[in-house]
Structure formats: C-alpha cells, structure tokens
Design a protein around this ligand. Structure first.
Ligand SMILES: Nc1ncnc2c1ncn2[C@@H]1O[C@H](COP(=O)(O)OP(=O)(O)OP(=O)(O)O)[C@@H](O)[C@H]1O
Length: 295
C-alpha cells in the first residue's frame, strides 16, 4: 500500500462516538428471514470477533447478502436479534440507528457508485450526510485521502464511474466505505469479476487496511483464494443457518458434506495448494533472510 499523507485538519472536528470495546461487534441470535413462503434463515446465530476478518460462504441463494442486509438494518427480519457495536439493530430507534450507521462502511456487490458523481463526490456522500458541518475544503481533502488509501491514483478523484475499470470501481466503492473511518467493514463479494491478479491485490489491500486501521471485516465471498489468504475464520451458511464457523483447518475437520465438497473439491484443493506454495515461498524467504543474517 502506498504511503498516504494524513490530511491537515484546520477545522475542529465533530465529536466522534467512543469506539466499541466489547468482544463481539456483531451478534446475531435466532434470526429468521422469510420472503412470502420462502424461508431464508431460521434459527441463524453468529458472533463475529472484534478485529477479525470473517469470511461468509454458502451456496448461491443461501442468504449471505440477506444476512448482511439484516445486520446493517436494511432488511427487517421476521424474528431474532441483531446487535452491532453493542446496540440492538432490531430494536433501534431512528437516532440510535443513524448513530450506528456512521460507524460502518459497506461495499455492495458491483460497488453501487452514483454514476452522475465523480469518485471524490461519491466518497463525500456519507461525509455530507453524517457530518454536514465539515467545511468543503476539509471534506475534499478527506475524500482525496480515502481515494489514495484505497490504492487509486490521485487523478481518479475527478473521474466518473463509467471511466473506471472494474477493479478501480471496487477501490472507489471501498474508498466510500472508508469515508467515515468505520470500525466495521462489510464487503459483498469484493473480488467477483476481477482477474486473479486484481483479486489478489484487492485481498492484500483489505488485509493491510484491516491491520492498520484495526477494522473488523464481514466478507461475503465465493473466492476460495480470498478465504485462505486473508480470513481469520469462515462462517458457513447452509440449511438456513450458520452450520459451522471456525478456521479453515477447523472446518476441514467437520464432516458436513457441503463443507467437504466446498473445501476439498477440485477448486478447494487448488486453493489449498496455492496457499501451501505461497506459505512455502514465505518460509523460504524467511530462511534466506535468516541465513543472510547469519553470514
Ligand atoms: N427483497 C427480496 N424479496 C424476495 N426475495 C428475496 C429478496 N432478497 C433476496 N431474496 C431471495 O432470498 C434468497 C437469498 O438471497 P441472497 O441474495 O441473500 O443470496 P446469496 O447467498 O447472497 O446468493 P449469491 O451467492 O448468489 O449472491 C434468494 O432466493 C433471493 O431470491
């Protein structure tokens, strides 16, 4: 990640909420979501640990995006409880809801950028909404900083989404998701549609941001390489609930057929092999460095 200069802040900033200091910034209990007679979730439980990248996987249509939408209050469940950063989303009054919304960032599938706004203007949308008192110059400066932080060149700020490649759109969406310095980052299939090199670079960007900014990341993905490369734990959705959550070795030790098929099928094995090769390269580099140090 390129070094990015922190913006010079001349204006006194508004008071920010105290960061969450509990263990589980996301807690979902006994969640039930239903569309007509189609039951999507029934008795779904999930606890996300503070500071982790949790990957959320499951077959197509198992309700990963619906789960994310429920957690961020865009989908009202039939029953169950959702707590985010210690506050109930399911009981939230308007004010409390808005207070929490400013503390997470979301990258929707496809980026969901406003096509008539430039990249910088897109990044400024949440700043205008939640902190209208921030003056124009400072808002522009913060937006520019977030664009650079997301790995886009400075001249991308004045471009429109239609002028960006797929990977650049994802980065612009990420810049917008980071605009309010969130504690939580929600990513819905961030590497979908990217070429393998672009996907790997995006994975590394997420990892570096999570490590440097101390984010908790809720990441929906079908990308096995992403799971192996950056996720601390993986939650598996099947049979309308989270059937298992753990590290990949822990999941591999279960005998659920979907989990076995997913991680031990041809693509799962290829990702495992790639990870093993990658770790091998890292280990070789480490031992080379040690040997050189000894010389
Ligand atoms: N607003 C809605 N109204 C009716 N049905 C919906 C709505 N939103 C989602 N669904 C249905 O809920 C199910 C779960 O959808 P969701 O998008 O969460 O799946 P997903 O696990 O994210 O799938 P994919 O991996 O294909 O993106 C699907 O059958 C979908 O058609």
């Amino acid at each position: 990640m390129t070094e990015v200069e922190t913006p010079v802040i001349a204006q006194e900033l508004p008071d920010l909420p105290e960061p969450y200091d509990g263990e589980h910034p996301i807690r979902v209990r006994a969640l039930r979501n239903v569309f007509g007679d189609h039951v999507i979730h029934d008795g779904l439980d999930l606890e996300v640990n503070k500071g982790e990248i949790i990957g959320v996987v499951g077959g197509s249509g198992t309700g990963k995006s619906v789960l994310m939408r429920t957690i961020i209050g865009l989908q009202i469940p039939e029953s169950g409880e959702v707590e985010v950063l210690g506050q109930s989303i399911t009981d939230a009054r308007d004010d409390a809801d808005i207070d929490i919304r400013s503390r997470w960032g979301v990258l929707f599938q496809g980026g969901a950028l406003f096509s008539t706004l430039t990249v910088a203007e897109n990044v400024e949308v949440p700043l205008r909404e939640f902190y209208p008192e921030i003056e124009d110059d400072l808002r522009h400066e913060i937006a520019r900083y977030k664009v650079l932080l997301s790995g886009l060149p400075a001249d991308a700020t004045s471009k429109y989404p239609s002028e960006l490649s797929g990977g650049m759109k994802k980065r612009a969406g990420l810049a917008r998701a980071l605009s309010l310095d969130p504690e939580l980052l929600f990513l819905d299939e961030p590497t979908a549609g990217l070429d393998p090199i672009g996907a790997a670079a995006f994975d590394q960007l997420i990892l570096q941001l999570q490590q440097t900014l101390g984010l908790t990341v809720f990441l929906i993905t079908h990308d096995l390489d992403t799971l192996y490369e950056i996720c601390d734990r993986v939650a598996v959705i099947a049979d309308k609930k989270v059937i298992a959550v753990g590290t990949i070795p822990e999941l591999l030790a279960t005998d659920h057929p979907w989990i076995q098929e997913y991680f031990n099928g041809p693509r799962g094995r290829a990702a495992q092999d790639a990870q093993a090769r990658h770790d091998g390269v890292r280990d070789t580099r480490k031992s080379d460095a040690l040997l050189q140090g000894e010389e």
